[in-house]
Structure formats: structure tokens, C-alpha cells
Design a protein around this ligand. Structure first.
Ligand SMILES: NC(=O)c1ccc[n+]([C@@H]2O[C@H](COP(=O)([O-])OP(=O)(O)OC[C@H]3O[C@@H](n4cnc5c(N)ncnc54)[C@H](O)[C@@H]3O)[C@@H](O)[C@H]2O)c1
Length: 265
């Protein structure tokens, strides 16, 4: 199975190439990035003493024709163009890129009517378990326990709140019969008054080189429960992306998430 890496020169792209190069059942069919990085030579697999040279292209269509599946960790607009190109070529996609608008997610759904697509803002096993636990804890505790979500990421992250934090809030909202658009409060400033009962708080910290941390607090009278996930490095996301690639290549068209991939539904 040959993967095509979109965003090959990025933080995630490089880790996925590193791990794909040493996976016995995978090959790197293609790798592309923006034109400024065309011609970049990446030695993937060197950490495991199995080095393979990958020359990064800027030609998505050509790289896709050499591959069985697209893996995209880029940025929202580019991601949609890449998935559209993969769909035209009849190739499935795995999308880790975050910060997509509702209209862009709708475009993914259109693509997924023709080819299988995995779209997951967080590909780690631990975070996907956290999604499930957040829904379960929220539905057990109900609105008597105030849900507040706090995420921390490195100072280069472009979108806020993180796609993972958005998904956590969606899970809590669903369990509490609230709506993300109406009930999530992003930070608080000034004379905001007492916290409404039907609110989910969202807070984003940025700094240094933090890979990613998410805490969901359920705060009641006299006690609170906190569910926390801390990513030590990017390999948990990269491994998840490769698991998703293996999954997506054997599926019928449809829009899947990591809960499907990991059998957590
Ligand atoms: N789903 C997950 O588990 C997960 C984990 C970490 C990061 N992410 C997300 O993945 C994305 C990338 O993260 P990163 O830390 O690697 O970012 P990054 O900025 O280090 O890398 C992004 C790369 O994509 C390239 N790029 C931009 N537009 C492109 C296009 N149209 N075609 C090809 N390449 C393009 C950039 O040049 C860059 O090399 C972000 O949206 C991030 O939030 C998701």
C-alpha cells in the first residue's frame, strides 16, 4: 500500500514519512508540499537505520497517481484542494488537518460519497478514548457539573481552539443536549456575570513547544473531575494516521472518523 503525503515538509508530514518508511506493509508512493519546498530531500526511516530518500514535489496530481491513498496534514484550504484532487483520481483520503470550516467539512462529505475518507482532528488512541469518556461522563453527571475545556499547544499553532478541543466540546454538548454554536463560550473577559448553567467553557493556551494537552473539567459543588490527555510527542498522531490509512484503503465510500478506525463506536 502506497501512501501519498501532503504537507511532507511539515512537523506531522515528516513524522509520518519517518514511520511509514519502516512499516513493512507500507510504501511512500508520493510526497508533496507547497512550491517553495519542491525538490526538498527528506531522509525517512533513518532513526530505525532504514533510510529512504524522499524527494518532495509540488505536483499533487502526479504524486497521487503513484499512490493508493492521500494522507493530508496541511492547512484548511490546501487540504480541501488536495482531497478534491485525490477524489478525482479515485483515491481514498486520511485527513488530519484541523481548522476546517463547516462548508469545507461539507465538501469532504461530498468527496466521501465517492471514495472512503477518514477525517479526524486527532488521531491518537488516547484522545479518541477521551472523546468517548467525555460524552459518557457528561451524560452521567448532567448540567449540575459545569464542563470547562482547556487546551495547550505550541506557539506556532495556527487555529484556535484546537480541532480536538472542538470535538471534545461537541461530545459534551451532544451528551448534555446543548449546541456547540450556541452554548460554547470562548474565554471570558469583562463583566460576564454568573456562569449560565447551559454553557461549556473553552480556553486555549499557546506557548513554547507543547505538543498538545487537553483537559475536560466537570466542576460540581465541592468536587470536580478532570480528564486529561497529554501528548509527549507527535508519534501518537503519526501512528494513528497510518492505522487510518490501512483502514481507509479497505472500506466502501463514506466519511469515517477515528472512532470508526479504532472500533470505539
Ligand atoms: N489529526 C491529528 O492528529 C493532528 C495532529 C497534529 C497536527 N494536526 C494538524 O495537522 C495540520 C498540520 O500540522 P503541522 O504541525 O504538521 O503543521 P506544519 O505547519 O508544520 O506543516 C504543514 C505543512 O503543510 C504544507 N502545506 C500547506 N498548504 C499545502 C498544500 N496546499 N499542499 C501541500 N502542502 C501544504 C506547509 O508548507 C507545511 O510544510 C494542522 O492543521 C494541525 O492542526 C492534526
Amino acid at each position: 500500500m502506497k501512501i501519498c503525503m501532503a504537507g511532507a515538509c511539515g512537523r506531522m508530514g515528516r513524522r509520518i514519512l519517518e514511520l511509514a518508511a519502516v512499516a513493512d506493509d507500507l510504501e511512500i508512493g508520493g510526497a508533496f508540499d507547497v512550491p517553495a519546498f519542491a525538490g526538498t530531500e527528506i531522509v525517512a526511516g533513518a532513526e530505525s537505520c532504514r533510510p529512504k530518500m524522499v524527494v518532495v514535489s509540488a505536483d499533487a496530481e502526479t504524486e497521487l497517481t503513484k499512490s493508493d491513498c492521500l494522507i493530508d496534514f496541511t492547512a484548511a484550504e490546501g487540504c480541501i484542494a488536495n482531497v478534491t484532487a485525490a477524489t478525482k483520481a479515485g483515491k481514498p483520503s486520511v485527513i488530519g488537518t484541523t481548522g476546517l470550516s463547516q462548508a469545507q467539512v461539507a465538501t469532504l462529505a461530498d468527496c466521501a460519497a465517492r471514495v472512503p475518507v477518514v477525517y479526524a482532528p486527532n488521531m491518537s488512541v488516547g484522545v479518541n478514548l477521551l472523546f468517548k469518556l467525555t460524552g459518557e461522563v457528561a451524560s452521567i453527571l448532567g448540567l449540575d457539573y459545569n464542563v470547562e475545556i482547556c487546551e495547550i499547544h505550541h506557539n506556532q499553532k495556527k487555529d484556535s481552539p484546537s480541532g480536538t478541543a472542538v470535538r471534545l466540546a461537541e461530545r459534551a454538548a451532544e451528551a448534555l443536549q446543548l449546541e456547540y454554536g450556541r452554548n460554547v463560550a470562548h474565554g471570558r473577559q469583562g463583566m460576564v456575570g454568573a456562569r449560565p448553567r447551559n454553557q461549556i467553557g473553552m480556553h486555549a493556551l499557546r506557548g513554547g513547544d507543547v505538543t498538545g494537552e487537553h483537559t475536560v473539567s466537570f466542576i460540581g459543588q465541592g468536587e470536580r473531575i478532570e480528564l486529561t490527555h497529554k501528548a509527549h510527542n507527535r508519534d501518537n498522531f503519526a501512528r494513528g494516521a497510518l492505522v487510518a490509512a490501512r483502514f481507509v484503503m479497505s472500506r466502501d465510500p463514506g466519511l469515517y472518523d477515528m472512532q470508526d478506525v479504532l472500533g470505539l463506536k
